[in-house]
Design a protein around this ligand. Sequence first.
Ligand code: ZN
Length: 190
Amino acid sequence: MPSVFSHAVAAVAVGAVAVGGRSRAPVWALGALCAVAPDLDVVTSFVFRIPYRDMLGHRGLSHSLLAAAMLALLATAVARCAWPESPGAATLGLYFFAAASHGLLDAMTNGGLGVAFFAPFSDTRYFFPWRPILVSPISLHVFFGYHGVRVMWSELGWIWLPSSLIVLAGLTWRRRDRPRLVETSGGRSS
Ligand SMILES: [Zn+2]
């Protein structure tokens, strides 16, 4: 997996483009939560001694497209209740699905097992043909050592830098859009 920080950063970047409005910050935060949630399987695997290869193991069912869809439905319901002024359910649902599709980044890492995108219907694990991201170690001890520095360097280049550019593009686009809306409403009132 890339580190949980990088999954969160990627989700915020998608949010900067997909979700605007007054409630964008909490919606992006919820998207970031959806993006890191699949890796809770590291904890459950450890507590219940579930083997990595198992469908309930790391990168198994929790990383599937079905789990992403369920998480997106739940997050959309929460967002619509908590922030009624947020964008419509379709926009939120697509955003949260993209954010929760955490396995897409995992499938671009160079280590571990692949991602069970189609669990529980198939336990086949998949990687993309292009895997430039160094895999993040599961052990915190290793993560905070030299290998962790190499992983973060790799993620800075392959995730944080593109995400920053996407955030900048999204914010610029929204800022350019705002005066046009004011002009339009001014034109109507005169
Ligand atoms: Zn993962």
